[in-house]
Design a protein around this ligand. Structure first.
Ligand code: GLU
Length: 307
């Protein structure tokens, strides 16, 4: 069966589940997104694309952006990053502060909010926020091969006005010296990276370098070494879904990163990158129908990193 036939099948089988879950209402701009949206897109490592539903409609990628800022931060400071952020699953919610005290302001991993705020701080060092945001956006446009990718100011402002828990995390880590720039500037970078708007198709393209040993499709330009791509995938598998990372690995069997906008980017190494979007979240804060769609897709393709 071809990939596009599988994508169509998944879309049809998912219909009864459109609208499952609840939109993230703690960010007012996200609370307005219609619950019944659903999109899926796949890009294979030889550049073939397949998509269905609302796959061309931009949505707020939120925490999926953490994969890309991690990639940039590793490019900037290499393994020095791991002095400031850990590499272990947290087993706690995405915005939890409890571990930070025990672990002296070093977040468990780069995909919980605290870890992504440190990563944003690394990217900001020596720059003005505007320059760092320009670098992030340029990178997103390059890897998705699409210059229309943008940051949604409404979403960024909405989060800036209500992001008290993120402000608490940043200030707390600043107290341990693990945030080095003024807290409001680091948070400004973080909120803007989360506000990036992309469609499933753009996001599937952006994930290609992780599926294709560090390169854009086929023998395209190298973005990172094959080893770095493998390691980023390992972090997505173990930490990409917060305290449901184990469940996602069990159900889907592929590295993936979710965001509270309802998007999930997943990677089948050597085969394809996949993006799904359905804004309704489960109780952990991951897309309910999105996770189900990836589970179905993995089952139909037989793709899994576990053999
Ligand atoms: N911008 C969101 C926050 O910081 C990201 C959370 C997520 O997507 O999981 O709360």
């Amino acid at each position: 069966m071809s990939i596009s036939a599988i994508v169509q099948d998944v879309y049809e089988e998912m219909r009864p589940h459109f609208g499952e879950g609840k939109v993230a209402d703690y960010i007012p701009a996200l609370a307005r997104v219609p619950l019944d949206k659903f999109g899926i897109a796949v890009v294979t490592t030889d550049g073939e694309t397949a998509f269905a539903g609302d796959a061309l409609e931009p949505f707020s990628i939120q925490s999926v952006s953490k994969v890309f800022t991690l990639t940039l931060a590793l490019g900037r400071v290499g393994s020095g990053l791991w002095k400031r952020v850990g590499r272990e699953p947290s087993g706690d919610p995405f915005n939890s502060i409890v571990q930070l005290e025990h672990e002296h302001g070093i977040p468990r991993n780069p995909f919980i909010n605290a870890g992504a705020i440190v990563t944003a701080d690394v990217l900001l060092a020596g720059h003005q926020p505007r320059e760092t945001l320009g670098e992030i956006l340029q990178f997103m446009r390059y890897i998705s091969q699409d210059d229309t990718v943008y940051m949604d100011e409404d979403v960024a402002r909405s989060e800036q006005a209500t992001g008290f828990r993120n402000a608490a995390l940043a200030n707390y880590m600043r107290g341990y010296g693990n945030i080095t720039n003024p807290v409001e500037k680091t948070l400004g970078v973080y909120f803007h990276q989360c506000s990036i708007a992309m469609s499933c198709l753009q996001l599937a393209w952006a994930g290609q370098f992780l599926a294709n040993g560090g390169k854009l499709p086929g023998n395209g330009p190298r973005i990172v070494s094959a080893e770095r791509a493998r390691r980023i995938n390992a972090l997505m598998l173990t930490c990409g879904h917060y305290d449901a990372s184990g469940d996602f690995a069990f159900r889907v069997g592929l590295p993936g990163k979710s965001g509270v906008g309802g998007g999930i980017m997943a990677v089948a190494p050597g085969k394809a990158s996949i993006a799904v979007w359905s804004p309704g979240l489960n109780e952990i804060g991951n897309s309910a129908a999105g996770t189900r769609a990836l589970e179905l897709f993995a089952k139909k393709t037989g793709w899994s990193v576990f053999g």
